[in-house]
Ligand binder design. Structure first.
Ligand code: ADP
Ligand code: MG
Length: 396
């Protein structure tokens, strides 16, 4: 478990210091333009704090997968342009990562000035966490700030390696992630309800195993429900099922019983003939699926049951849609769960790319306590694993 007691930018003296900040500027592009600048906006709080407190701010990030060589389409230059608009000041863009240009620009920074060095993944040493490369990055600065939660589960040179050579603290984004998720896992307001969905049990085994030790109720939906159905001896038609995970599903069911965890599975389903957006479909008031049909969403009774359970929760953690929510006919389960969570007074935490996207599309984002910004990283956090990009930061 990653310690949540990490120093933040507010716990160190930054005035006059060169501060290297690892951001997550891995933004989507469309037709050569930034399609969504949410990640750039998300980084502003930490950057502005450092700027306003007289630091010399050196930003770095990865973008895409340039595989260790310079490729212009993966340049961070467009990010520098957008960032300078948002900050209302010049952001000096270096032409390289640890080359002459980056060294010259960062060496000459004045207090309150901001520079961005090129995509750290232009060097293959980045993902290898090469110590010499990390040392070069660190040599530009006097303090390291990690604020890239989405890559904190990777030990790369710019997320972990640099911390060996500099005092290292977290920025506001990481601090928010670890304080909210950490508190929910360590001292949850009860009842603590976790609701897990998505396609496969195998993607979520770690999360289930960790949460089953902590929650009062565990709710299952989505494709993985059918592996549990089959383990219980129900018929599942042609629903998605992991045959090699049936024993594991049984073990989880036994564990829930032994720990007195209220374990909820769908009591009815929306079924379809084919795995297709426009397939023939219908609702059935049953927890078994007829031959020739597959379960693609939880049914109405299940939605009521889950909503009622969520309503009384003190803490809710949600990961994974309740059905194939990309397709309108199979989206209502996910929609009703999102609504129920939005309407509770519970501390609500959404982790996982698809569930976070669903909450945002439905317009409930501002009703949630916290939507985690890192898909893989938030899953590993919920699994109780230690994230190297956070573990390496200085303790308070
Ligand atoms: P998250 O990104 O929130 O962690 P996952 O990636 O684990 O969620 O799961 C999302 C995927 O699960 C979606 O692509 C969705 O279509 C799929 N899915 C959900 N329910 C079913 C189902 N009943 N059958 C097949 N696929 C499903
Ligand atoms: Mg996903």
């Amino acid at each position: 478990m990653t310690s949540v007691n990490k120093k933040t930018v507010e716990d160190i003296q930054v005035k006059g210091k060169k501060v290297l900040v690892r951001c997550d500027f891995n933004v989507p592009f469309k037709d050569g333009k930034i399609a969504d600048d949410k990640r750039i906006k998300g980084a502003l709080k930490t950057i502005e704090y450092l700027k306003n407190n007289g630091a010399k701010v050196i930003l770095c990030s990865h973008m895409g997968r340039p595989k260790g060589e310079f490729k212009p389409e993966f340049s961070l230059a467009p990010v520098a342009v957008r960032l300078s608009e948002l900050l209302g000041c010049e952001v000096k863009m270096a032409k390289d990562v640890v080359g002459e240009d980056a060294m010259a620009i960062t060496a000459n920074l004045q207090e309150g000035e901001v520079a961005l060095i090129e995509n750290v993944r232009f060097h293959k040493e980045e993902t290898k966490n090469d110590p010499e490369f990390a040392k070069k990055l660190a040599s530009m600065a006097e303090i390291f700030v990690n604020d890239a939660f989405g890559t904190a589960h990777r030990a790369h040179a710019s997320t972990e390696g640099v911390s060996h050579y500099l005092p290292s603290v977290c920025g506001y984004l990481i601090q928010k992630e670890i304080s909210i998720m950490g508190a929910a896992l360590e001292e949850p307001k009860r009842p603590f309800v976790a609701i897990l969905g998505g396609a496969k049990v195998s993607d979520k085994i770690g999360v289930i195993n960790n949460l089953i030790e902590k929650v009062d109720t565990l709710i299952i939906g989505g494709g993985m429900a059918y592996t549990f159905f089959k383990a219980l001896g129900h018929s599942i038609g042609s629903s998605i099922c992991e045959e090699d995970k049936l024993d594991l599903a049984k073990e989880i069911l036994d564990k829930a019983r032994a720990k007195n965890v209220n374990f909820l599975l769908p009591v009815d389903n929306v079924i379809a003939r084919e795995y297709k957006e426009d397939s023939e479909y219908m609702s059935i008031y049953s927890d078994s699926i007829p031959d020739g049909w597959m379960g693609l969403d939880i049914g109405e009774k299940t939605q009521e049951l889950y909503s009622k359970t969520l309503k009384g929760a003190g803490t809710v953690v949600w990961n994974g849609p309740m059905g194939v929510s990309e397709w309108e006919h199979f989206a209502s389960g996910t929609r009703s769960v999102a609504k129920a969570i939005a309407e509770t007074d519970a501390i609500s935490i959404i982790g996982g790319g698809d569930s976070a996207a669903a909450v945002e599309t439905l317009g409930y984002a501002d009703k949630m306590t916290h939507i985690s910004t890192g898909g893989g990283a938030s899953l590993e956090f919920l699994e109780g694993l230690e994230l190297p990009g956070i573990a390496c930061l200085d303790e308070k």
